[in-house]
Design a protein around this ligand. Structure first.
Ligand code: ATP
Length: 356
């Protein structure tokens, strides 16, 4: 392994709930993996989340995007959400704020079965469940455009706009096609609801049809989102790369996470290629199990692996994945996967495995 001289600068935001328990474990695991590669990580902890918001009203400081671009290579985030903040204002400001303000337009969610015992689907093995969902991350229905008129009356009107731009759709499609090409994957499926959303998703259709001609070696197909979700359950082996809009990607990747072992195992990345990007487990703050030292840290550890891969340390990333596979095989897991380890014990097991 070639030692890398320049340290990687990582901002760590554990956030709320189980984020505060699983992220320290992920940091431990990531440190153990890079120590082996001779690379240093410079970790800076940021205490943004519900506690800080309730103390002094801080959500996302105005200079945060500039600070991240200037001072950091990546952000590792836990989860945002706390029952004490019913408006969820801090979560929206921090999470959506970072995605939008850093223009992290690619949301990557791999759905990879690491152990056949973990899928609820019958007779499926690792070979059948191995695909990645690319979700457009800066547009669609999640931009917060709209309004409410005559709120609380029987005449109430609630409007929620769905924003699709040429630039936004083209760049996520391009990213997915290029990913397939550079990883020698031959199957790409674009999903939309253009039969009902006749304007926004017509744009997806037109750009997809144009772009697929540039990638003749890739078998590109199209499925409406309702059919896609059925097909993922019926026969997940037909998928390698899925690309879709913000809301449908949110939903499809949760379905994918379930058939690959559940939320406790699922990693994700929010990426702007070549720029500071943010990595977070798919799960949220899970208030029902927070503070009990029983949350599964593997999703965060795999998120750390994805971050290292993005930072140009693919060997360290692969070693983390191998450690998680071994832990699963040996039953060294938290209760959600049938084991008896605590969050900390599971993190220790992975870190010790990597230190060997
Ligand atoms: P939020 O509002 O922040 O999204 P949530 O509880 O609505 O939180 P998730 O955090 O995604 O949603 O979790 C849903 C449920 O899945 C949890 O209540 C918990 O039972 C389970 N879960 C999620 N993540 C984990 C994990 N890392 N380990 C074990 N169980 C988990």
């Amino acid at each position: 392994m070639t030692p890398t001289a320049t340290p990687k600068r990582i901002a760590v935001i554990p956030g709320d709930g189980i984020g505060k328990e699983v992220i320290p474990e992920a940091v431990k695991v990531v440190q153990a993996a890079v120590a082996h590669a001779g690379t240093k990580l410079e970790i800076t902890n940021l205490d943004w989340g519900a506690d800080r918001f309730l103390r002094d009203g801080t959500t996302l400081p105005a200079d945060a995007p500039e600070m991240f671009r200037r001072d950091f290579d990546a952000i590792l985030l836990g989860a945002m959400g706390d029952p004490r903040v019913p408006s969820n204002q801090h979560a929206a400001d921090i999470l959506l704020g970072l995605r939008f303000k850093l223009d992290l337009y690619v949301n990557v969610r791999p759905c990879v079965l690491l152990d056949p015992r973990l899928t609820p689907l019958r007779d499926r093995t690792e070979r059948d469940i191995n695909f990645v969902v690319f979700r457009e991350n800066t547009e669609g229905s999640y931009v917060g455009m709209g309004g409410i008129f005559k709120k609380g009356t029987p005449d109430e009107i609630a409007l929620q706009e769905d924003v699709n731009t040429y630039k936004g759709v083209e760049r996520i499609l391009r990213y997915a096609f290029e990913y397939a090409r550079s990883n020698k994957l031959t199957k790409l499926c674009m999903s939309d609801k253009s039969n009902a959303l006749a304007f926004g998703h017509d744009l997806w259709q037109r750009l997809f049809k144009k772009m697929r001609t540039e990638y003749p070696e890739i078998q590109s197909s199209h499925q409406f989102i309702d059919n896609l979700l059925m097909q993922i359950i019926r026969d997940p082996s037909q998928f390698q790369v899925i690309v879709t809009c913000n809301m449908f990607g949110d939903i499809a990747s949760d379905v994918g996470a379930q058939i690959a072992g559940g939320l406790g195992l699922a990693p994700s990345g929010n990426i702007h290629p070549g720029q500071v990007s943010m990595f977070e487990p798919v799960h949220g703050s899970a208030p029902t199990i927070a503070g009990k030292n029983e949350a599964n840290p593997m999703g965060s550890a795999l998120t750390g692996a994805m971050m290292l891969d993005y930072l140009g340390l693919p060997d360290a990333a692969k070693r983390i994945e191998a450690a998680v596979r071994s832990a699963l095989k040996e039953g060294k897991t938290t209760p959600d996967l049938g084991g008896s380890l605590s969050t900390r014990e599971c993190g220790d097991w992975l870190a010790n495995f990597l230190a060997k």
